[in-house]
Design a protein around this ligand. Structure first.
Ligand code: NDP
Length: 328
């Protein structure tokens, strides 16, 4: 039986190309569980993998898609039976192991999580890796204590930023969203942001290592100059959950915010999260993320649109989350 997948191939000239092709079950990589995929999403890493050069792809031909949700179709693992709804993020799926841009996927049972009550497969992928990471970031901030001041979310109109804004606002925090797209202000307010900060206000390189104490916490999807600047504006003892590098991998700062303000810089990695953490985060998502706000973030897509959507996300042009219906 053949089915559709977006396959990335590498030519003799070293160039990569992505196209929707028919593949079979025998083509899928080894694994304990075969899943009939329903939805996948477009994340920043997916943009790299479907784009020229193959980004993070480790083997060719390759099926990208770093997350998916669907229904178990066959299982050699007692934890999963046929018909179970499951969700997958991380574990280098879509980079080193074929991923979710396919109507079927075969993976290790250890990488899956049962879909929590209160979420269907489409909602789980409206959250996807970006939203799952936003939840991990909020949990890390909570573990270290969120201060009274507003919580800053950088890259607010993107995937991680949108979900972080909605969760934090729903938990009762004042949220300041940083965006380079003023036209997204109404959208961010609808997710619960109480303040919009223009990207230019924070993009300058650090002039003074410490500025006025403003932010009670921060979820940072941008990194680079912006993160360096934000570190000097954190309240005493507040924490920054560093998630991404959409604005650059450098960090031109000093030790001063850490020494004189006790600022915590918390690195968030969604890829290698142990099972219990993943389960806890998905259960928190089902509880703490209002579904009407999640619905407002979503743009639907189909497999054939992925090469263009990959370019769009790398250019910072996607608002919220793109959910790919692999069966459409
Ligand atoms: P998106 O592209 O959806 O969002 C990124 C946002 O950052 C953009 O929408 C834009 O927001 C802002 N931005 C883009 N370029 C710049 C720039 N040059 N300077 C300042 N701001 C910029 O991506 P995601 O939200 O999905 O991912 C964000 C980051 O998090 C990526 O680096 C990604 O790789 C990383 N990530 C990390 C994970 C982990 O496990 N640690 C998991 C998931 C993602 P606006 O228009 O509002 O300014």
């Amino acid at each position: 039986m053949m089915f559709n997948a977006l396959v990335v191939e590498k030519g003799d000239d070293g160039k990569t190309s992505a196209a929707v092709r028919q593949i079979g079950l025998d083509d899928l990589p080894d694994g304990d569980v075969t899943v009939a995929v329903e939805y996948s999403t477009v994340n920043y890493k997916d943009g790299l993998c479907v784009g020229p050069g193959g980004g993070l792809v480790r083997n060719y031909p390759h099926v990208p898609g770093i997350d998916f949700a669907g229904t178990v179709e066959a299982s050699d693992d007692p934890r999963y039976k046929v018909g179970d709804k499951v969700v997958l993020t991380g574990w280098r799926v879509g980079e080193a192991h074929w991923g979710g841009y396919s109507q079927k996927a075969r993976v290790k049972a250890d990488w899956l999580v049962p879909l929590p009550d209160g979420l269907n497969t489409r909602q789980a992928m409206a959250v996807g890796t970006a939203g799952f990471t936003a939840m991990l970031a909020v949990m890390a901030l909570e573990d270290h204590g969120i201060k009274d001041g507003p919580v800053l979310v950088t890259g607010a109109a993107g995937g991680v930023g949108s979900v972080a804004t909605a969760i934090l606002a729903n938990l009762g925090h004042k949220v300041a969203g940083v965006t380079g797209r003023p036209e997204t202000a109404d959208y961010l307010m609808s997710l619960g942001a109480t303040q919009i900060v223009a990207r230019e206000e924070l993009n300058e390189t650090v002039k003074r290592p410490l500025e006025a104490e403003v932010w009670g916490g921060c979820v940072d999807a941008v990194g680079g100059d912006m993160l360096a600047r934000v570190l000097g504006q954190m309240q005493y003892g507040a924490s920054v959950a560093a998630v991404g590098l959409a604005g650059g991998a450098g960090l031109p700062t000093t030790v001063i915010p850490f020494l004189l303000r006790g600022v915590n810089l918390l690195g968030i990695d969604s890829v290698m999260q142990p099972y219990d953490n993943r389960l806890r985060a998905w259960e928190r998502i089902a509880r703490d993320l209002p579904m009407y706000k999640l619905a407002a973030m979503v743009q639907p897509a189909v497999l054939s649109e992925l090469p263009q959507l990959g370019r769009d996300i790398l250019a910072g042009q996607i608002r919220g989350r793109v959910v790919v219906d692999v069966n459409a």
